[in-house]
Design a protein around this ligand. Structure first.
Ligand code: SAH
Ligand code: DHB
Ligand code: MG
Length: 228
């Protein structure tokens, strides 16, 4: 039923951009696990890029580049997207997918662990990002969120995928670190002085899950011993 509703809603939308169709075909051809965002969720990511006129987008967790293609489709000409993938085979395959899809000028794949690549971006003093999509190892989602806050411009948006996990997020002592990691990401978002956040529970072709979404506000002046 949820999948049928997803399929019907999707059928009423505009045709997917060519790059997205190419990425979807490549994911199928390479027999990647069916864990990419759904088409309707991909459209949501595209909308976020459009709403923020995103010229700089960061993604952690590329897989087959399906969500990447949706994000890229929402960006204006001249925009740049960096996507981070730990698996060298997936990173190479995604690079080829972006060439086939005609978006290799827009998308840069960085192969490495999320935590290291984020640290590298900090060191590079990379231009701040308008949109960040965190969708890699869920155990690290909270850590990625904290790092990404520092890499996001005021008014920029951070989305964390898979934070509900069919409700398992309620179990504080769950054995699966991807569940406790998602729980922790929600806690960090709620506590972050710079984040105005909410959680969108989702149902659809991938069952019951959710996005956490935060807009990043200005840095609050740090209280010092002298002025506090
Ligand atoms: N965003 C994709 C799906 C990503 S699946 C989409 O919706 O289309 C999660 C990906 O994160 C996998 O490809 C996995 O290899 C990668 N990953 C896992 N651990 C990682 C880590 N520590 N750093 C970077 N990527 C990681
Ligand atoms: C998994 C990962 C995802 O990013 C997702 O959207 C769904 C499932 C997983 O690793 O099981
Ligand atoms: Mg995901």
């Amino acid at each position: 039923m949820m999948a049928a509703v997803d399929a019907w809603c999707e059928s009423q939308m505009k045709p997917a951009p060519r790059a997205v169709s190419v990425a979807a075909a490549r994911c199928a051809e390479l027999e990647l696990p069916p864990i990419s965002v759904t088409p309707l969720m991909g459209r949501f990511l595209m909308l976020l890029a459009q709403l923020t006129s995103a010229r700089r987008v960061l993604e952690i967790g590329t897989l087959g580049g399906y969500s990447t293609a949706w994000l890229a489709a929402g960006m204006p000409r001249g925009g740049r997207l960096i996507t981070i993938e730990i698996d060298p085979k997936l990173a190479a395959a995604a690079g080829e997918t972006f060439r086939l899809a005609g978006i290799s000028e827009v998308v840069e794949v960085r192969c490495g662990a999320g935590s290291e690549e984020l640290r590298r971006l900090r060191r590079e003093h990379a231009e701040q990002f308008d949109v960040v999509f965190i969708d890699a190892d869920k155990a690290s989602s909270a850590l990625y969120f904290d790092e990404c806050v520092e890499l996001t411009r005021t008014g920029g948006v951070i989305v964390v995928d898979n934070v509900i996990r069919a409700g398992h997020v309620l179990e504080s002592a769950h054995a699966d670190p991807s569940v406790t990691g998602s729980r922790s990401a929600i806690e960090h978002m709620g506590r972050s002085a710079r984040a105005s956040a909410t959680i969108l529970q989702t149902v659809g072709a991938k069952g019951h899950d959710g996005f956490a979404i935060a807009m990043i506000g200005p840095r609050t002046p740090a209280a010092t011993g002298v002025h506090a």
